[in-house]
Design a protein around this ligand. Sequence first.
Ligand SMILES: Cc1cc2nc3c(=O)[nH]c(=O)nc-3n(C[C@H](O)[C@H](O)[C@H](O)COP(=O)(O)O)c2cc1C
Length: 177
Amino acid sequence: MKKIGIIVGSLRKDSFSGKVAQNLETLLQGKALVKHLDISHLPLYNQDFDGVIETPKAYDVFRAELAAVDSVIVITPEHNRTMPAALKNALDVGSRPWGKNLWNGKKYMVVGVSPGTLSGFGAATDVRTVLNFLNGRVMNQPEVYLGSVHTLLDEKGVLVEGTLKFLSSVMDAFVNF
Ligand SMILES: Cc1cc2nc3c(=O)[nH]c(=O)nc-3n(C[C@H](O)[C@H](O)[C@H](O)COP(=O)(O)O)c2cc1C
């Protein structure tokens, strides 16, 4: 079975993006091995960490986990029309040191999430731009944008039936991709 990493671009405890991630993990059961790639402990990237001063342990852990997966689903909220800084930081950490870009050649799917109606489109577009630059292969279709996401989740954090059905077909498409 393929190993799929899931990255949640939010650090918030009750994050909608985190709840969406849990739903996707459930949908992938039996289809892929899923690993949550935690970005919350990564210090802000400083190029000195790669050669001048000691590399943070959290970088080593994240890079090892990223190296071990075949593909990654990135679930991004939107902060001021782009991805949250924590997610951009994780993309930078995985791209360095120079010549050791761990995003290279893997396959990606990007999910935009927002309680707003524009569904994190700006953030998802920017994540795709960075992943394409890093030589990732991003699945272009089907696209997933979950706007008004708070209306799609029940009190247990489970997505409504129609959305789950749609996402189930998207997970099949991604596993095939
Ligand atoms: C600094 C900041 C900027 C935000 N900018 C946007 C934005 O540009 N577009 C948007 O749809 N929501 C924006 N929001 C609202 C987020 O969509 C909302 O906080 C959402 O719950 C974050 O995702 P999460 O639940 O996964 O943490 C912003 C929130 C913060 C804290």
